[in-house]
Design a protein around this ligand. Sequence first.
Ligand code: SF4
Length: 347
Amino acid sequence: MNFSDELVQWYNENKRDLPWRNTTDAYIIWLSEVILQQTRVEQGLPYFYRFLENYPDVTRFANASEDEILKLWQGLGYYSRGRNMLKTARIVQEHFNGKFPQAYDQLIKLKGIGEYTAAAIASFSANEAKAVVDGNVYRVIARYFGISEPINSTAGKKIFQATANDLLNKKMPAVHNQAMMEFGAMLCKPKNPACGTCPVKEGCYAFINNAAAALPVKLNKVKIRERFFNYFLYTDGGSILMNKRDESDIWANMYDLPLIETSSLLPLDELLALPETAAYFGNSLKISGNVMVKKHLLTHQHLHVRFITLSQQPIKIKEGWVFIKVEKAKKTALPKVIFIFLDNFLN
Ligand code: SF4
């Protein structure tokens, strides 16, 4: 048996029963693929079911408002992906008569669909012979063939895509691709791969050379930015003072709370003495609570978040701040860290 046959046989005996594997509907496959780019299967499943229940077809998705989509997306992060989904759904509705395309060359032109997602949808929905290369596939190929070229270098991407193309079983690309990904997720795992029970261990470079922990190689390009967010919660009884974020930063166009960002974690008295704080809240700010949320981790940023609850007092309303009724705020798409804090506060 060749490499693909071995993996397909393993897949047929060991695969998880996941809902998007029992369909060739390109819309449903697209939903699952975009959601799973954000999260692990167990965490992604409830989101997948919620989206499918609310928007069983692309037409209903295209007719949703951005806020409705972001509310369902809440907690997945990378909110631009939710927005891109809506743009794509509307393009499909308008230019493809509401029928989600299956061809790679059409899919790759849609918003938010890259090479991986286009190959996944094309192969799973129409058996088009396109090899998928996701994180699982990178890992399997790097270890089995002993490729130490970084997976996020330009040269590395070409080598891995070419190797995946060579391996692809062109008679059954859908099953082959599923098998590669499932094998990486379940057996050739990032930590502690199950090499002892692996059906291809005899030919595996990493197994023979005890090198699984060192492969794949990834260039550490991402510099993490530390940010310090001081949020002020001010309510007038039935409404919460909220801040509409601009487009140039994380959580674009979403609502959070009045915010003063500092370059380090300041003691509370120093924060309250800042000219910016005094400009909006006066010099004798009355606070009723000071809650530290240690860290909220985004991919490229670590947010150190603090919530300061204000007592009733006169304040100056900055441009972009707006009172929102509590019931409406609960239904608005909010960054997860804000949603959790408000949810606790309001309950
Ligand atoms: Fe992965 Fe280990 Fe199998 Fe090699 S032997 S493919 S490292 S699980």
